[in-house]
Design a protein around this ligand. Sequence first.
Ligand SMILES: [Fe+2]
Ligand SMILES: [Fe+2]
Length: 191
Amino acid sequence: MLAFRPQSAPLRLLTRSVSSKCKIEEIIRVDHAGELGADVIYAGQMAVLGSTSKGPIIKHMWDQEKGHRAKFEELIRKHRVRPTVMTPIWKVAGFALGAGTALLGDKAAMACTVAVETVIVDHYNDQLRELMEDPEANKELLETITRFRDEEQEHHDCGIDHGAEQAPFYKALTEAIKLGCKGAIAISKVI
Ligand SMILES: [Fe+2]
Ligand SMILES: [Fe+2]
């Protein structure tokens, strides 16, 4: 008969470090995908609205997203994390989402920003809670994600300030985009 044998101390340590390594890889992979997605969403918005009065404000957010993406490009190399296989699809889908909502008008573009940034702020807050389990080991990620979370919150607030809620079908539009973002996050974590 098989008896339950408690893990030895070194084995326990090994399983814990392996699982936390997997967790860190998952965090970097999904955030890299998310920031890449954000970069191309704002690129799509700029392609349509770049020369309008909303151009400068969208460009400011886009520039910050490029910085976020660059940091996760650095982290993905540093930690030798495999990027999600969905990368080419997220590039096309993100640009289409940004440009598509911008074609509906600048308020729809802002509604898109509000929806995306709502999901990403929640997502980053969830990750910060997990990373706080070992603040010393996760120092760089904690600092990076805290700063990015604050900037995503600013993007969200900027969308609201620029009329997102007056977009046609605001509720339906934002709920659909939020659902899409949550799906993309779930997929990018695993593959
Ligand atoms: Fe971002
Ligand atoms: Fe953002």
